[in-house]
Design a protein around this ligand. Structure first.
Ligand code: ATP
Ligand code: MG
Length: 329
């Protein structure tokens, strides 16, 4: 298993947790799992240095707070393992320009800000992500739906390298849980909740005061109907709230629809706010204990980087050899 999260803002949001991080925690039990805070990806958009450093620590603390255990998985910061950038370059040279230009996330992000304000790094970030995954010979990549296309590209590139040179890379599969693959923005339920694109009111940040998040749930955009039913096409807002409730409560959507029969949207929103608060308070407390102990955080990251480099350097050495780079003597 391999996956990563950007330290682009201090707090993760509910989509990050339900769509990705929660699966990471489950998957660390039975698998050899590598999880990282991808700071190299974060600089594809402008970052203030002090803020980036702080957000990287806060991100690691949240991963630990969510339940990642450095004894059970390898947790590290991407820039601590230089092989990512090195294999990234190789992958850049194997990827077609047109192929990269078809990535819909790039098209979305760049069209919003115009090509002159868009970095070349943002264009090639899916290719660095290919390197992230292939370095560890990952079988599966637990991510949200928005990353499916990038994992597909990773598969293509792994196969291309294996065919052109020699079997070298495991061809990875996306690991995407349908129920939580796309948590929507509470104010614009046609868009995914996003660190960079959501309006503050549409974004449930895990480190906010739960009272603030409760208000956001209560003012979530729904529709003019009042009956709580699941309909992904015509009732996107309510369906999103039902999926979140289901993920947090463990009840199926069908059970919830029966439970809310005869009640209005307000009842669903209130219950959701309570459920979220109940889950998030202990998460915040655990995160804080890690933030209050920087020496322990550094120790965990030092260990993680060492374990990651061991695997990554082996893969890179094989790749360099297969490509025909002269080995240093
Ligand atoms: P940005 O908008 O800056 O890209 P982001 O919110 O997408 O930020 P990332 O760090 O890029 O956050 O993504 C981390 C993980 O969270 C990825 O696996 C991604 O697929 C997943 N994810 C992000 N948003 C959602 C969402 N709304 N629902 C489910 N999963 C999500
Ligand atoms: Mg993203």
């Amino acid at each position: 298993m391999l996956s990563g999260i950007q330290p682009t803002s201090g707090s993760f949001h509910l989509g990050n947790y339900l769509g990705a991080v929660r699966q990471w925690v489950d998957l660390q039990e039975q698998n050899d799992a590598f999880y990282m805070v991808v700071d190299l990806h974060a600089i594809t958009v402008e970052q203030d240095p002090a803020t980036l450093r702080e957000n990287t620590r806060v991100s690691v603390a949240q991963l630990l707070g969510a339940g990642l255990d450095p004894e059970r998985c390898t947790l590290f910061v991407q820039s601590h393992v230089p092989e990512h950038a090195q294999l990234g370059w190789v992958m850049n040279c194997l990827t077609g320009f047109g192929e990269a230009a078809r990535m819909t996330q790039f098209k979305d992000k760049s069209s919003k800000q115009g090509t002159d304000r868009t970095s070349v790094g943002l264009f090639t970030y899916p290719i660095l992500q290919i390197a992230d995954i292939l370095l560890y010979q990952a079988d599966a990549v637990p991510v949200g739906e928005d990353q499916r296309q990038h994992v597909e590209l990773t598969r293509d590139l792994a196969e291309r390298f294996n065919t052109r040179y020699a079997p070298t890379f495991t061809v990875p599969k996306p690991y995407i849980l349908k129920a939580t693959a796309k948590i929507q923005d509470l104010q614009d339920p046609s868009a995914k909740m996003s660190k960079s694109a959501s309006s503050p009111k549409g974004l449930v940040s895990l480190l906010d005061d739960p009272k603030v998040s409760a208000k956001k749930f209560k003012s979530a955009v729904t529709d003019t109907d009042t009956v709580v039913t699941y309909d992904e096409e015509n009732k996107v807002g309510v369906s999103n709230l039902l999926r979140i409730h289901s993920a947090l409560s463990g009840q199926s959507v069908e059970q919830l629809v029966a439970h809310f029969e005869g009640k209005m949207y307000g009842a669903l929103k209130t219950e959701l706010a309570e459920l979220f608060t109940e889950w998030v308070l202990p998460f915040q407390e655990r995160t804080k204990t890690y933030l209050d102990d920087p020496a322990e955080l550094d120790r965990v990251l030092g260990l993680g980087a060492e374990k990651a480099r061991e695997v990554a350097s082996r893969t890179l050495a094989t790749v360099y050899d297969r490509i025909g780079f002269l080995a240093p003597k």
